[in-house]
Design a protein around this ligand. Structure first.
Ligand code: CDT
Length: 343
């Protein structure tokens, strides 16, 4: 077995645009302590974890909008770890020895221009550094708000640029006892070379990405064993049909369908972490979960508040699917997949 205790740090609502960052950070630190108490080694926070889901508001003042972003530059792509908004989390996770995934608004400041991304990062406590960054590819919603009264806005296309890093799997050292180090396997992400004995192969998505089979498959093809994903998913939008209860149940159903199918079809575990409950712009589903390579949900949130959803998983269980039904080299028929790349 290759055992690893992991958790989703589901967060209840971050009420408004003016909720103090320190208040939210404090809640994140409390969840981190709960994770340490359960011997968790990898903790997944939601998308845009440090703030309210600001993409559902119309923010016209650039100074106001700037408050929701952390700065990076081409020469310092991980500068945000020293931001006062984030550093206390990094310092504490270093003390506790817990790896983190978290989502945040990234403002890349280059000499010529500024570009905003909806970003997730993987921080390794044992390596004392970020190992990988993912910038959201599938941005939902609209660029221009609709001003119809009661319309629930989703303005990610307004506030973010489509991610430019693709879907890069990576190995995380120090998580699984006895795992071969990345340098001792022939390729950083080729599962055949390591026979599944190397440091775990991880990948990251953000919210809407989880609905797209292509995104999962890009990781599946790199031998991914554990997919990490944070989300803010609307529970109810008045412009669509159905009661609030029906819409929320349907949104949860589609979330489960996507996470369970993605895990099964790529023979990997996955961790899904929600920002949930009622924020000023509207309500968000809960349903944070951990899913196994057979597509079963093995742990799921019971509330829409701050809640640790944890499980001990055995990464060796990925071998079955990767060696049989989803042995990609044996069974994929790439000569028939050309349409996937047609515009
Ligand atoms: N944050 C985010 O990506 N939300 C989208 C809403 C799209 S409406 C189905 C999501 O896919 O959950």
């Amino acid at each position: 077995p290759r055992l690893l205790t992991v958790a989703a740090a589901q967060m209840g609502p971050v009420k408004s645009l003016s909720t103090p960052r320190s208040e939210t950070l404090d809640r994140m630190l409390q969840l981190l302590q709960q994770a340490a108490d359960k011997n968790v080694k990898l903790l997944v926070y939601p998308e845009l974890a440090f703030t309210t889901f600001f993409a559902s508001y119309i923010i016209k003042d650039p100074e106001e909008l700037a408050k929701f972003f952390e700065h990076t530059s081409p020469s310092d792509p991980y500068a945000f770890v020293n931001s006062p908004n984030i550093k206390p989390l990094i310092d504490r996770t270093n003390e506790l020895g817990i790896d983190l995934y978290f989502g945040f608004g990234e403002r890349l400041v280059d000499a010529a221009k500024t570009t905003d991304f909806n970003t997730a990062v993987y921080y390794s406590a044992s390596q004392r550094r970020c190992l990988s960054k993912y910038r959201k590819v599938h941005l939902p919603g609209r660029k221009e708000p609709l001003t119809t009264p009661g319309f629930a806005q989703q303005l990610e296309k307004r506030y973010f640029t489509v991610g430019d890093l693709g879907f890069q799997a990576f190995r995380a050292p120090g998580l699984v006892e006895g795992a071969l180090k990345a340098k001792d396997v022939d390729s950083a992400t080729d599962p055949k070379e390591s026979q599944g004995k190397g440091d775990p192969i991880l990948g990251m998505l953000l919210c809407n990405d989880r609905r797209w089979a292509e995104a999962w498959r890009c990781y599946g093809l790199q031998g991914i064993e554990l997919l990490l994903e944070g989300y803010n998913t609307t529970a109810f939008a008045p412009q669509y049909e159905g009661t609030p209860e029906w819409q929320e149940a349907e949104a949860l159903h589609h979330h489960r369908l996507s996470s369970q199918a993605g895990s099964y079809q790529n023979a990997c575990f996955s961790i899904h972490s929600a920002k949930a409950g009622v924020e000023d712009h509207g309500s968000l589903i809960g349903g944070s979960s951990i899913v196994d390579p057979n597509g079963h949900i093995i742990a799921e949130a019971k509330t829409k508040g701050d809640e640790l959803v944890y499980a001990t998983i055995d990464l060796a269980k990925c071998r079955k699917g990767k060696g049989r039904v989803f042995a990609f080299d044996d069974h994929r028929r790439t000569e028939h997949y050309g349409k996937l790349l047609e515009q």
